[in-house]
Design a protein around this ligand. Structure first.
Ligand code: ADE
Length: 273
């Protein structure tokens, strides 16, 4: 997969040399190219922003540098269709970044990221490239960052670990919390490793039992417990057919009751077990 990032802070993307993404690059599984937007400015001050039409606070990134930069980046290797590039525009106004979107992006051969500073990029830039390629405007969460670069790091890591051969164990992302279809989209429960005793704390006996069925059941119960505590919205959204008899027993203990449509809802006063 090829990734291009156009930014006014190329050094912000240095973490792409480290860890999983860095190793994928070294192995040739990822071709990452970071470009300094200011190389496409032609005035003495390397200006990339200007005041917004219509007034208001902040500055808007100008069409000129972005258009010239993207034309040059895209000219090198451009193909139409599914082999062609997709633009990924990090913005708090975008669609939420989810595991499902990570999977979709991981299936594309070439992503071009346009992290913006200030109040964002002049809309005409996005609209113009949208006539030629898919454009994903993506938000990594309901908070406002100073710029999109940190979002590029987040998106890149989530996408890179899905590429064939990048994770050591091809099974490792099958059980991810949020993997499409996995565990009815429950959060994963707690995990333990050696030593068996640490600062007076042991580990749950069931994990030492060697009984795979009981271990799987315990993991599922813990997933239900943690999801109830941290993301009750995920339980509410679950297709009830994803829950077996034992799940339903646990959900009942945790205060969930099936509603008229079969979906689970929780008594707001339910106390946690
Ligand atoms: N830029 C600023 N805030 C952002 C967010 N939450 N997601 C993606 N890009 C952003």
């Amino acid at each position: 997969m090829r990734l291009d990032v156009v930014t006014i802070f190329p050094e912000y993307l240095d973490p792409l040399n480290v860890s999983l993404v860095g190793k994928a690059r070294a192995r040739g599984q990822l071709d990452v190219r970071v470009h300094d937007l200011r190389e496409w400015t032609y005035d003495r001050h390397n200006t990339v922003d200007d005041t917004p039409y219509g007034g208001g606070p902040g500055m808007v990134m100008k069409t000129g540098p972005w258009g010239d930069a993207l034309d040059d980046v895209l000219a090198d290797g451009y193909e139409n269709g599914s082999h062609g590039p997709a633009l990924v525009v990090p913005t708090p106004s975008g669609r939420p970044f989810t595991q499902e979107l990570a999977v979709e992006l991981s299936e594309r051969p070439w992503l071009v990221f346009t992290p913006a500073r200030y109040e964002g990029i002049d809309r005409r830039v996005i609209d113009e490239y949208a006539t030629r390629m898919p454009v994903y405007e993506v938000s990594i969460g309901d908070y406002v960052l100073a710029g999109g670069e940190a979002a590029v790091l987040v998106i890149t890591e989530a996408v890179a670990r899905l590429l064939p051969g990048v994770l050591g164990n091809a099974e490792s992302h099958r059980d991810d919390s949020f993997a499409p279809g996995a565990m009815a989209n429950l959060l994963e429960g707690p995990v333990y490793t050696k030593p068996p005793e640490w600062r007076g704390q042991g580990i749950p006996d069931v994990l030492l039992s060697g009984h795979h069925g009981k271990i799987a059941r315990w993991r599922r119960d813990e997933a239900l417990r943690r999801t109830t505590r941290n993301r009750p919205d995920l339980v509410e959204r679950c297709d009830p057919s994803a829950f077996d008899k034992k799940d339903r027993e646990m959900l009942s203990i945790l205060g969930w009751r099936p509603g008229p449509d079969g979906r689970f809802g929780r008594d707001p006063d339910a106390v946690e077990e």
